[in-house]
Design a protein around this ligand. Structure first.
Ligand code: SF4
Length: 402
């Protein structure tokens, strides 16, 4: 159905109302909820000459949409037939590093709207072959090409680190372990980490590759896995390894003597979420020794205006935007009460020894959520960053001497 035309044909709407209606209609098209589209929710028979009647229908439509957004996603009716990696993916290894490959995490720079750990980012590989529905990296780079920096090692050897840099993540421009060491990326990062023993390099992945675990990696490289409940992982994290396979890879990595970490992120409110998140935590605790775990970050879906626009225009089926899109810290997410329920639930599923031995944190979240969800909080970002640093370095030191 032509959404633009459908909305164009509705009389008496303001420019703003047409824009809102278009966004709602695009979201409905992505969600593919049986029987729910702009043409089924907007009545076909109404008095087109009556402006008040059109306004009433608009209000009713918007409140029906609010209701759908507030209802946990039912993934049982979401089985899209779609090629999420149409056109394939080629690897470009001739790519030279641009002047700047370091950045910072996407928390707002000014003010303390989110509790931020001041993570620095390193774009060692750019673009990803996985196809998570909520991923903003997908739209940053060319769709069908992964760029591997061919001069990464030299670039890192000569790079000046910004003062105060102590932890750097490589998972903000690609999946850190998708390519293993096939193109020398891990070897380059290992030599960089040896050069900077006080800097923690965090790899982040949704892969199950383990062929790199026997590499001689320094202790200050921490491999982390993003985990999700089975249903959203299978419905929204396309082409990635299953959460169980990710845990199995993390287990192999930890048993080889490396430190590991996890991100239960992005949590999604779907039908059955409580049991499924509990079961992923149980599976994690059954397989991994908390002594080997540096950190667990917890977070949820957060979209910028640009992310939402890109998703809507992509036409890729997803239900990740079937949520209230409450405005928080310049982005759109769940409201604070929903976040409180989700984060405190997942934290409550961990046994005490995990809570004692592992550094838990909320990733890019409102400072007011810390106390009710984790039972602790920080007065400012500097305190959070400093506590995180102490915990990470202590764990690395313990591991070095064990
Ligand atoms: S694994 Fe990470 S980088 Fe790759 S598509 Fe998913 S969210 Fe994006």
């Amino acid at each position: 159905m032509d959404i633009e035309q459908f909305i164009q044909d509705i009389p008496h709407l303001s420019f703003q109302q047409r824009r809102m209606l278009k966004e709602q209609a695009q979201d409905l098209a992505l969600w593919q909820i049986p029987g729910k589209s702009i043409s089924t929710l907007w009545p076909s028979d109404y008095d087109r000459t009556n402006k008040n009647e059109v306004r009433r229908i608009f209000r009713t439509f918007m409140s029906e949409m609010d209701e759908i957004r507030r209802t946990p996603v039912d993934y049982s009716s979401f089985n899209p037939e779609y090629d999420f990696r149409a056109g394939g993916m080629r690897i470009n290894t001739d790519f030279l590093s641009p002047d700047r490959i370091m950045g910072r995490c996407p928390c707002p720079k000014d003010g303390e709207q989110t509790r931020c750990c001041n993570l620095k980012t390193l774009d060692a590989v750019q673009q990803c072959a996985f196809a998570c529905a909520y991923c903003s990296i997908q739209s940053f780079y060319s769709q069908n090409e992964i760029r591997v920096l061919s001069d990464l090692r030299q670039h890192l050897e000569t790079m000046n680190l910004e003062e105060g840099t102590w932890h750097i993540g490589t998972g903000q421009s690609s999946d850190s372990l998708l390519l293993g060491d096939d193109y020398g990326t891990l070897s380059a990062l290992a030599s960089f980490a040896r050069l900077h023993p006080d800097v923690v390099v965090e790899l982040k992945t949704k892969s199950a590759r383990t062929d790199w675990i026997n590499m001689d990696l320094p202790r200050n490289i921490v491999s982390t896995w993003s985990l999700n409940a089975e249903t959203p992982a299978s419905k929204e994290e396309h082409l990635t390894a299953s959460p169980k396979a990710r845990i199995a890879a993390a287990k192999a990595c930890a048993e080889s003597g490396h430190l590991v970490g996890f991100h239960i992120h992005p949590m999604i409110l779907f039908k059955g979420w409580e049991n499924e998140y509990k079961s992923i935590v149980m599976s994690l605790c059954d397989n991994i020794n908390p002594e080997n775990v540096v950190m667990i970050g917890i977070g949820t879906l957060t979209f910028t205006k640009q992310n939402l626009r890109a998703l809507r225009e992509s036409g890729r089926p997803t239900r990740v935007t079937q949520m209230p899109l409450a405005p928080i810290a310049g982005k759109f997410s769940y409201d604070l009460e929903t976040k409180r329920r989700m984060f405190s639930h997942v934290y409550s599923c961990f046994p005490k020894d995990w809570k004692d031995k592992v550094f838990f944190y909320l990733c890019m979240e409102d400072p007011s959520l810390w106390e009710p969800c984790l039972g602790r909080s920080y007065a400012c970002n500097v305190d959070f960053e400093s506590d995180m640093k102490d915990h990470y370095l202590k764990k690395i030191l313990e591991q070095t001497h064990s």
